[in-house]
Design a protein around this ligand. Structure first.
Ligand code: C2O
Ligand code: CU
Length: 459
């Protein structure tokens, strides 16, 4: 993305026709008409204003995932931008699944609005995406997502791969109709409240084609050198277990919220929706001409194929992965001033079923917690299914899974954690930056849309 003047950006949400499956045309809804949207490459401390203009037929709300932002710039689901000339009415009375028929819960910005991002946070791989009440899943599926990278001196000073060898990879699955258009069980919003249709996507929608930065099964020519790959799972519901064939390891240097204290090596990485893994892969271990593939070992058929790297040439490589990376002070359990349990569970069955937190479907404006600014709390997440739990504003450290030490992939500061079926995940959450209304939710977007969301107020 290029600024219109220093610190100010403008993006237009609009429909565009692109070629994703060769020989076919797909209409995407994109920031600046692209999918993924433009990548913002910004520095810590550089206050940034992004004006989002909506030219789509639907309202939108933009959330910067992982951003520490004032509450009115957080992309609250009922804080909407509506295209000029289009009206907005909240969902009809009795049918508002989330009890938000009341107009007082909605804020409508006609045409465009500014989001303010102070970026007073460490270097990290953030991403922005739509967050509209009830419709996040179909709108992200159509393309409303992109990267925002925060860089800082601490990260720059490390000898990690840089420039052309530092690559963000947005991984997501989609399904397509024969003519190339996106297939989604319920792209027509009027279908959303019909029982039966809800069932079709209750558990979350998966596609059978994996896209990387919007392209199916792409090839990247690489030097026989180290690369820093910033992996993001931007899928609505699919989880990946990423591995390299014929071989290779991931040296993880960062997580959701930036650098780890020290590198962690993995043969495979499970990535739930919303999570980021910043890894270094060394292609010099392979001969020139070799093809190294990134596969999803949880998938079969085309859902197994993520992308290919073709080793093109031998080069000199000055990069390295140092033993010490960032300053990550481990939080102590004793630092928690409160303990809260959030249980992510399905209630009811069939068309009347809903995804809830602590038995409650989402109600905007009704906070489930009021943590104090500049304190740490222990938040325990439990659930009945795979629920990637995401907390806005506050970063956290995972300290236990089922009472045992967390997984190697739980290292560092996170904002999204994969809570597996019937698991008990303990996190220490730091509330810093701003007071006000924020939210947590399941990042399986269909669960989020079906009310698996809750407000919390930082006081
Ligand atoms: Cu990535 Cu509240 O979302
Ligand atoms: Cu869920």
């Amino acid at each position: 993305a290029r600024p219109v003047r220093p610190g100010h950006y403008e993006v237009v949400q609009r429909a565009a026709k692109v070629e994703i499956i060769p020989g076919t045309v797909t209409e995407v809804w994109g920031y600046d008409g692209t999918f993924p949207g433009p990548t913002f490459d910004l520095r810590r401390g550089s206050r940034t204003v992004v004006r989002v203009r909506n030219e789509l037929s639907v309202p939108t709300s933009t959330h910067l995932h992982g951003g520490v932002n004032p509450p009115d710039s957080d992309g609250y689901p009922t804080d909407l931008v509506v295209a000029r000339g289009r009206g907005f009415r909240p969902p009809p009375g009795g049918h508002s699944r989330h009890g938000a028929a009341d107009m007082s819960q909605w804020t409508i910005h006609p045409g465009a609005r500014d989001y303010v991002y102070p970026l007073e946070q460490p270097a990290a791989t953030l991403w922005y995406h739509d967050h509209r009440m009830d419709f996040t899943a179909p709108q992200v599926w159509r393309g409303l997502a992109g990267f925002l990278l925060v860089r800082d001196d601490e990260d720059d000073a490390l000898p990690l791969p840089k420039g052309e060898r530092d690559i963000p990879l947005m991984i997501c699955d989609r399904a397509f109709e024969e003519d190339g258009s996106f297939r989604y069980p319920s792209l027509d919003p009027s279908l959303l409240v019909r029982p039966g249709v809800e069932d079709a996507y209750m558990e979350g929608v998966e596609g059978d084609v994996i896209l990387v930065n919007g392209a199916p099964w792409p090839v990247l020519e690489v030097d026989a050198a180290r690369y820093r790959l910033r992996l993001l799972n931007a899928s609505n519901a699919r989880r990946y277990r990423l591995a390299l064939t014929p071989g290779g390891r991931f040296v993880q240097v960062g997580g959701d919220q930036g650098l780890l204290a020290a590198p962690v090596e993995h043969d495979a990485i499970t990535v739930a929706p919303g999570e980021r893994f910043d890894v270094v892969v060394d292609f010099s271990a392979h001969p020139v001409g070799a093809e190294v593939t990134l596969v999803n070992t949880l998938g079969t058929g085309p859902a197994r194929n993520v992308m290919r790297f073709r080793v093109a040439r031998r080069v000199r490589d000055d990069s390295a992965v140092p033993d010490r990376l960032g300053r990550v002070e481990p939080l102590e359990r004793s630092a928690a001033v409160a303990t809260r349990v959030f249980d992510f569970r399905r209630t009811g069955q069939g068309g009347g079923g809903s995804w809830t937190i602590n038995g409650m479907p989402y109600r905007p404006g009704v906070p489930l917690a009021r943590p104090r600014l500049d304190t740490t709390e222990l938040w325990r997440f439990t659930g009945d299914f795979h629920h990637p739990v995401h907390v806005h504003l506050a970063r956290f450290q995972v300290i236990a899974r089922n009472g045992r030490p967390p997984a190697p992939t739980d290292a560092g500061w996170k904002d999204t954690v994969d809570v597996r079926p019937y698991e008990v995940v303990d996190t220490l959450v730091r509330f810093e930056g701003y007071r006000g209304r924020y939210m947590m939710h399941c990042h399986t977007l269909e669960h989020e849309d079906m009310a698996m969301m809750a407000d919390f107020d930082v006081v």
